[in-house]
Write a protein of this length. Structure first.
Length: 339
């Protein structure tokens, strides 16, 4: 079996293509970010995303094949994200994948975006990783815990009641006058502030179970900026006193909630391996605290390397290999789904 997989990812606002050998060796990874196109709106605009993917998809695939020094005839399969995501975005990558697979007679493999994020956290430890594992997926669209029994079998344990953690970073960045996406900009400002300056609230599920909620935290940040008066106007960013302390204390509240709920879930499920993935897994404070507090309990904690935390096609090609070797090959009726 040919071991090279071309991965294609277009579920949200990054157009990505990668060539990966046998699920782990990265030959090429190309990502065309649309962040600048969406920045003025403070979030992803679906129609702009779809049209932008359409312009970028073939050049990005071409660049990945070129960087890998390979062409379509060397491939064992084409793997593509089919769900979840923005439907207009997903269809661009899926249509490109189908066309290439059809014209070259290559196997086509559909990949679940969330399973792929989690797979990214396993790529450097494939030989030693022990399932079952607890997986925390934290991105702009998701904040959820899963019990993973293999790379493609995941059972949902808990998910956010409202905002995703990345979404909270993006909204707080907007309040503080920082650039989009908010995670990196809030995190950079936070390094200059005191994480314990402001006691922002942490969500605790009332039933004693495990869960996440970030809308209360976001509102607490807003009211703090209004000087504790909910009805006062929100000050413009340049008039906010102690912006770095707000950023650091907010980041600390998110990280503390994520770590605490993950460790409680690991306890409840009796799991000793923790995988953390998604864009927010880039966050330095989250990486350090999860490793430190997980380590104190004897847990093995794994993160993807930072370039494979945010959306990328390496994770798609990587997991695609496992589908291919298990015989899970799709036909040309393969469809996309927003959920
Ligand atoms: O996984 P991803 O690229 O796209 C989705 O599937 O959502 O995640 C993007 C999210 C954004 O909300 C962004 O603000 C957040 O990940 N993010 C971060 C950091 N880098 C990216 N959040 C906190 N700290 C970071 N360093
Ligand atoms: Zn993602």
């Amino acid at each position: 079996m040919k071991e090279l997989i071309l991965g294609i990812e277009s579920s949200c606002d990054d157009t990505a293509a990668a060539v990966v050998r046998a699920g782990r060796d990265v030959l090429a990874s190309e990502v065309a970010s649309q962040a600048a196109e969406h920045a003025v709106y403070g979030g992803v605009v679906p129609e702009i995303a779809g049209r932008s993917h359409l312009r970028a998809i073939l050049p990005v695939i071409d660049r990945a094949l070129g960087a890998a020094g390979t062409d379509l005839d060397d491939l064992g399969a084409i793997a593509v994200t089919t769900q979840p995501g923005l439907i207009g975005s997903l269809l661009v990558g899926l249509s490109a994948a189908k066309a290439l697979a059809f014209t070259r007679g290559l196997p086509l493999v559909g990949v679940h975006h969330i399973e792929a994020h989690v797979y990214a956290a396993t790529m450097e430890v494939l030989d030693t990783l022990r399932y079952p594992a607890l997986a925390l997926v934290v991105s702009g669209g998701h904040t959820a815990l899963y019990r993973a029994t293999s790379p493609v079998e995941m059972q949902l344990l808990a998910s956010t009641l409202d905002d995703a953690a990345g979404e909270a970073f993006d909204k707080v960045a907007h309040l503080l006058g920082l650039s989009y996406p908010g995670g990196p900009s809030v995190s950079a400002l936070a390094t200059e502030g005191d994480p314990h300056a402001i006691a922002f609230p942490r969500y605790h599920p009332k039933d004693g179970g495990v869960g996440f909620s970030f809308s209360g935290l976001k509102t607490a940040v807003l009211y703090h900026l209004r000087g504790g008066d909910a009805l006062a106007p929100t000050p413009p960013p340049e008039e906010i006193a102690g912006r770095a302390d707000v950023a650091a204390s907010f980041e600390e509240a998110v990280v503390d909630s994520l770590v605490r709920q993950t460790l409680r879930a690991a306890d409840a499920e009796g799991l000793e391996t923790v995988l953390v993935a998604g864009g927010v897994a880039c966050n330095r404070r989250l990486r350090a605290e999860m490793v430190r507090r997980g380590g104190q309990r004897g847990l093995a904690v794994h993160f993807p390397s930072p370039q494979y935390c945010t959306d990328n096609a390496v994770m798609i090609a990587g997991l695609g290999w496992h589908h291919l070797t298990a015989g899970r090959v799709a036909d040309l009726a393969l469809d996309a789904s927003p959920k």
